[in-house]
Design a binder for this molecule. Structure first.
Ligand code: SF4
Length: 289
C-alpha cells in the first residue's frame, strides 16, 4: 500500500485495511482540526487506488474483513471512483464484511438517493460523521460547514439507502455554552439515530485556528468536571433507538462503553461517580494529546 502523509482512522478501524482513495479533506476548515492541513485535497487516480487494493489482496487476501477508505471525507468521491473501488474490494477480499469512510453531512446531501443506494448495494456500509455538536451556534463557531438540520437530513438519507452511521461528538468545544452544546448534541443523536455514538474530548492542536483563539485568551478547554457534566447530559438526554456508545478514544478522561438506551442508567451513574471523584480518571500523560 502506498500512503501519502499521516493516516487517520476511527478507533474501531484499528484492525482494518486502509486504502487512501482521496488525499486530505475537501473542507479543511474546522477550527480544531489539523489532520489534513498539510495536504491539498485531491482524489487519487483510480488506477492507483485499484493497484493498492490488488497489492493488499496479494499480501493479505483472506485476512481482510474490514476496509476503511481514507482520507477525511472520502464520501465526496463520485460514483465512477467509488463503484470500481467497491467492486475490486469485493473481488479481492473474500472475507470482506464492512467498508466504511469518513463523511461530512454535505457529502451525503450532494449525492442522489439512487447514488447512495448504489453505494450501499456495492458494499459501503458505514459512514463516520462528526458533527461534534448539535448546537448551530457552536457549529458556526467551529466552522463545521453543516448545521444540525443538514446532519439530520444526511442521516435520514443514508439510513434510507441502507447505510449505518457512527456519529462523533466533541466534549469541551463550546466552553461559553456547554449546556446548550450538550443538550443540542443529545437531540442531534436522537434525531440522527446512529448505530454508533462516541464522544471525544477537544484537544488544542498547535497550528489550528483554535490554538490561535487559545493564545488570545478566547478559548480554553474546560476543566474535567465540566467535560464530564457535558458527557452526562448527552448520555442522559439522548434518545436513540439502539446505539452502541463509546468514549474509548484516547483523548477522553473516562473510557465508557455500552448501549443506549439499555445502559443509560448504569453509564450516567458511572459518570456521576467520576464527577464526585470516586472513579479514577485517565491521567493526562495517558491521553493522546
Ligand atoms: S471535515 Fe473532518 S477532516 Fe475535514 S477539517 Fe473538519 S474535522 Fe477535519
Amino acid at each position: 500500500m502506498r500512503y501519502e502523509g499521516k493516516l487517520y482512522r476511527p478507533p474501531s478501524e484499528a484492525d482494518s485495511l486502509i486504502v487512501q482513495a482521496t488525499i486530505g479533506c475537501s473542507w479543511n476548515h474546522c477550527t480544531y482540526c489539523d489532520m489534513y492541513r498539510d495536504k491539498t485535497f485531491r482524489i487519487r487516480e483510480l488506477e492507483e487506488t485499484l493497484a493498492d487494493l490488488d497489492a493488499a489482496g496479494a499480501a493479505f487476501g483472506d485476512s481482510v474483513d474490514k476496509l476503511f477508505v481514507a482520507d477525511g471525507d472520502a464520501l465526496i468521491m463520485p460514483l465512477d471512483h467509488w463503484l470500481p473501488i467497491l467492486e475490486r474490494a469485493r473481488a479481492t477480499f473474500p472475507s470482506l464484511r464492512r467498508v466504511s469512510c469518513y463523511a461530512m453531512a454535505r457529502n451525503v446531501l450532494e449525492k442522489t438517493d439512487a447514488e447512495l443506494s448504489a453505494l450501499a448495494a456495492a458494499g459501503l456500509s458505514l459512514l463516520y460523521i462528526g458533527p461534534e455538536s448539535g448546537d448551530d451556534a457552536t457549529l458556526r463557531s467551529i466552522a463545521k460547514g453543516d448545521d444540525a438540520a443538514a446532519h439530520v437530513e444526511a442521516a435520514r438519507r443514508a439510513h434510507a439507502a441502507g447505510m449505518k452511521l457512527s456519529v462523533i461528538a466533541l466534549l469541551g468545544i463550546a466552553p461559553d455554552r456547554p449546556d446548550e452544546h450538550a443538550r443540542a448534541t443529545a437531540e442531534l443523536v436522537t434525531n440522527m439515530d446512529p448505530a454508533y455514538f462516541s464522544a471525544l474530548t477537544v484537544t488544542v492542536v498547535p497550528g489550528t485556528p483554535l490554538a490561535k483563539l487559545e493564545r488570545r485568551g478566547r478559548f480554553s478547554v474546560p476543566e474535567v468536571p465540566a467535560l464530564l457534566t457535558e458527557l452526562r447530559t448527552m448520555v442522559d438526554c439522548a434518545r436513540p433507538t439502539d446505539t452502541v456508545f463509546r468514549t474509548n478514544h484516547a483523548s477522553n478522561y473516562l473510557p465508557l462503553g455500552g448501549r443506549l438506551p439499555a445502559d443509560r442508567e448504569r453509564i450516567v451513574a458511572l459518570i456521576d461517580e467520576a464527577i464526585a471523584g470516586r472513579v479514577p480518571l485517565r491521567p493526562d500523560w495517558m491521553r493522546a494529546l
